[in-house]
Design a protein around this ligand. Structure first.
Ligand SMILES: [Zn+2]
Length: 290
């Protein structure tokens, strides 16, 4: 079986066969990292991101207010962590429609970013945020920025180790990387339990977490390993309760009927707003060793 993509441990546990991924899903016994066993063709992955309608639907679905709250919180934290007398610069990787960069600019940062999705880059441009259309790479100078941010990007890429090393290259010595990524949590444990009792038939929860968008799920241990092996030292790591979309959207993808999901959705959103629901998202800040 394929060795862990983060720590290299070669005795992973088999989780299940994911139809949406057309791949076995494996979980590392050492760092808990969960990943697709198979390499998915790049063209196949990128096709979805250039579907303008799908990207617009996503942009319309996310909870705008909580996103802005998060962006402010991250910008304030980065401001306290970076060490420069100049106006600091942030590069947002996979900047989407530019939501984070707009907030960072309002709060006094110089901004830049890249995005592989043409529809997203176009939405950002219309909002006054110019992004480089493509992956983080040679176009971005080495040691040129004070902070690099990755909001929900690492789970979407196959070779996250390479991306984190690129972020390290682009950062100035002492610079900060911020990563937000889904955490392996009670949702996956429930998903695994349902797979077990149904002998693999009830896969909707696991499929919701592992699919062509989410190729891997980190644990606190695997994200730490990923960052440290690229040359970062951890500043802050926490797993928080944070959901990008209203709860009803998730319940719909699990096949829950309309009335039930409206009622349950409202109750869950109230819990999520008070941070009383499952902690499902990792936030980590780490520093490029000077
Ligand atoms: Zn591992």
């Amino acid at each position: 079986m394929r060795a862990c993509r983060v720590c290299g441990d070669d005795g992973p546990q088999h989780v299940y066969h994911s139809e949406p991924l057309t791949s076995e899903v494996l979980r590392c016994r050492s760092c808990g990292h969960t990943y697709a066993a198979k390499d998915i063709l790049e063209e196949f992955l990128i096709a979805d991101y250039n579907d303008a309608e799908a990207m617009q639907t996503w942009a319309d679905t996310v909870r705008q207010e909580s996103a802005v709250r998060l962006y402010r919180k991250v910008t304030y934290r980065l401001t306290t962590l970076v060490d420069t007398d100049d106006v600091p610069t942030v590069h947002d990787v996979g900047a989407g429609s530019g939501g984070f960069l707009k907030v960072a600019r309002e709060l006094g940062w110089r901004i830049q970013g890249n995005e592989i999705s043409r529809p997203f880059a176009e939405m950002a441009r219309q909002d006054g945020v110019d992004l480089y259309l493509g992956a983080l790479g040679e176009e971005q100078r080495s040691s040129s920025v004070d902070a690099v941010t990755l909001f929900c990007v690492l789970a979407h890429v196959q070779n996250s180790g390479e991306l984190v090393r690129e972020a390290h290259r682009v950062l100035a010595p002492g610079g900060i990387i911020f990563v937000r990524t889904p955490a392996w949590c009670a949702i996956e444990r429930l998903g695994q339990f349902l797979l077990r009792i149904s002998r693999g038939r009830w896969s909707s929860i696991m499929d919701h977490r592992m699919n062509l968008a989410h190729l891997q799920i980190f644990t606190e241990r695997s994200i730490t390993k990923q960052l440290e092996s690229a040359g970062f030292t951890l500043e802050q790591l926490e797993t928080v309760c944070e959901y990008a979309c209203p709860a009803e959207v998730y319940l719909r993808s699990f096949g829950i009927p309309a009335l039930a999901r409206r009622l349950a959705g409202r109750a869950l959103d109230a819990l999520i707003d008070r941070r009383l629901f499952l902690r499902n998202t990792i936030h980590v800040y780490a520093r490029k060793v000077a």
